[in-house]
Write a protein that binds this ligand. Structure first.
Ligand code: ATP
Ligand code: MG
Ligand code: MG
Ligand code: MG
Length: 554
């Protein structure tokens, strides 16, 4: 059934209300009383104490649509955003919870009914796969869950045993834990990563995880022993954006109606392709790899995230939560610049986010104006920092590429020569991803050209040269130090240019500088610091060390 994102959210909550669940409003993105958690990242966060038995509620079943942010901290999807079709920094997690009330059997039956019943989501059963915990030394295979899935109507051959990484959940090193079952949707061969028809679960892009059902079954003690909980509980989470893509017949979350209006707004506000795009073009950009498309998606995503974080009270800062927010905003701003927008624009995205989301999150009606002011102030401050620094960064990246290509040229292969020349022809563009595109274009053209033999074997070495290209850590640090360019900003821009960022060298240079600074501090030379250093005191981000990005994927 083709339902709008807003209808899907509502239907989910209504379905579980019909099964005796209390509809509870999303909690804030800033977790109450939990300093261990950077941002709310799952529906169960607000019920943590209820699961632990430290708090009781007037109900034993609840359903929510929870605002979640997975950027920084334990779950960090920031680097995925714009590049995978299913990850956002901010997303909504639809959940149903049982606090010692029903358990596996009902949780499985409910999930299957909602997804497949023609009265509800009506998803074709032949497109769904289910996983169960395959067992390990401590916990046996979850045969129970398998039996309930089969009873619910899932053929045995569509149920797959998986390891602890994906199918065993724990709240922390001790406390409630248990196996889980995940439900995946087959988007079909058209969605495959490389056009190959491989069986589940080999293709992450084609087989998309939509729903995770956690069976809280054990209590883990400090020595690691697992004791069955007297009243096992249920915690589930389904990404609204993912299920919307599925029900709307799209291959990517960004093609769903939760995102297309924001991508259109991003195009309008950055002047992308003239600004006013036809809806078919917006859908195309939501999926495609072409130039600028990822930037539009990143802006759409980060605008949602920034709006909700600020609305919930986070402010840009140099450490902690505020640092992550600042990083996200600055990343969006940088992508606006990649699209040619040098003026503040992100603050106008706030309005677009509010218009899409205010029905479900009425708090936005009150906060949007304040949020926009905060975003605008950040855009203005960032513009000052960037004015000088970004030019220098581009020059540095350009020099790195230039060296890599020169090296290729010295090999005296005619293709390298051609690439080299082409590269210099594109000089005035001085824009990081240019080189790779030039090569790609060559590759395509030459393939069509009958007498030029360009083989993949010849192309590969160039790619290799590019892989060897590295932005020297000392150089990067000098940009950071002299212009206050954020480290993330430098590493992000390098990544876009397919140039390796010398992280270790950067940290070493920083450490060296800090030691020098300490030494000179003893000499009382603080007042002689150059103006740029004083400026740096305001732009330096302690957050680099406070919050190291984990598991960054390139
Ligand atoms: P994935 O393996 O795709 O990263 P996950 O296993 O990390 O997902 P869970 O922690 O199980 O996700 O969260 C429950 C559900 O929330 C997922 O099944 C998915 O539908 C949704 N979800 C998780 N992370 C994101 C994200 N970054 N953006 C959008 N939806 C998400
Ligand atoms: Mg994940
Ligand atoms: Mg997963
Ligand atoms: Mg999961």
């Amino acid at each position: 059934r083709n339902l709008s994102g807003n209808q899907i959210r509502e239907d989910f909550l209504r379905f579980f209300e019909g099964k005796g669940h209390r509809r509870v409003h999303s909690s804030s993105l800033v977790p109450a009383n939990d300093p261990t958690l950077l941002f709310t990242n799952a529906g169960m966060n607000q019920f943590k104490d209820v699961f632990l038995g430290a708090e009781t509620r007037a109900y034993s079943r609840a359903t929510t649509s929870q605002k979640c942010v997975r950027a920084g901290g334990k779950h960090n999807d920031l680097e995925n955003v714009g590049f995978t079709r299913r990850h956002h920094t901010f997303f909504e997690m639809l959940g149903n919870f049982s606090f010692g009330d029903y358990f596996k059997k009902d949780a499985i039956a409910y999930a299957w009914e909602l997804l497949t019943s023609p009265d509800w989501f009506g998803i074709d059963k032949d497109k769904l796969y289910v996983t169960i915990f395959e067992g390990d030394a401590k916990v046996p295979r979850d045969n129970e869950a398998e039996a309930f899935w089969i009873a619910a109507g899932v053929p045995k051959e569509r149920i797959f045993g998986m390891g602890a990484k994906d199918n065993f959940w724990q709240m922390g090193d001790t406390g409630p834990c248990g196996p889980c079952s995940e439900i995946y949707y087959d988007l079909g061969l058209v969605a495959s990563e490389n056009g190959e028809d491989v069986p589940f679960p080999q293709d992450e892009q084609r087989y998309m995880e939509i729903w995770n059902l956690v069976f809280m079954q054990f209590d883990r003690s400090t020595d690691g022993t697992l004791t069955p909980l007297p009243k096992p509980s249920i915690d589930t989470g389904m990404g609204l954006e993912r299920v919307s893509a599925v029900l709307q017949g799209k291959l990517s979350n960004y093609e769903s109606d939760l995102f297309t209006p924001l991508i259109a707004a991003a195009a309008r506000l950055t002047g992308f392709e003239g600004g006013e795009l036809a809806s078919e073009r917006v859908s195309e950009l939501a999926l495609s790899d072409e130039k600028g498309a990822a930037s539009l998606r990143i802006i759409a995503d980060h605008a949602r995230c920034s709006t909700f974080l600020i609305s919930d009270g986070v402010l840009p800062a140099n450490e902690g939560r505020g640092y992550v927010l600042r990083k996200i905003m600055r990343r969006a701003i940088r992508h606006g610049r990649l699209l040619g927008q040098e003026q503040p624009f992100l603050y106008k995205m706030v309005e677009a986010v509010r218009d899409e989301m205010r029905a479900a999150y009425p708090e936005l009606k009150e906060s949007a104006e304040r949020v926009a002011k905060v975003v605008l102030a950040e855009e203005q401050q960032f513009a000052r920092v960037m004015a000088r620094g970004s030019i220098e960064l581009n020059v540095a990246l350009y020099n790195v590429m230039s060296r890599a290509v020169s090296q290729a040229y010295r090999e005296k292969n005619s293709l390298y020569r051609q690439a080299y020349l082409k590269y210099y022809m594109s000089l005035d563009e001085i824009e990081a991803p240019t080189f790779e595109r030039v090569l790609d274009d060559d590759w395509k053209q030459e393939q069509e050209h009958p007498d030029f033999e360009l083989t993949a074997a010849m192309y590969a070495p160039i790619a290799n040269y590019m892989q060897l290209a590295q932005l020297d850590g000392k150089k990067a640090f000098s940009l950071y130090e002299t212009y206050g360019l954020p480290k993330d900003f430098i590493s992000d821009a390098s990544r876009d240019a397919r140039i390796d960022f010398d992280e270790d060298g950067f940290e070493a240079a920083k450490e060296e500088e800090q030691q020098r600074a300490r030494a000179s501090w003893k000499g009382g030379s603080q007042k002689t610091a150059a103006p740029v250093y004083r400026e740096l005191a305001q732009t330096d981000f302690l957050g680099y060390t406070a919050l190291k990005v984990e598991g960054a994927k390139v």
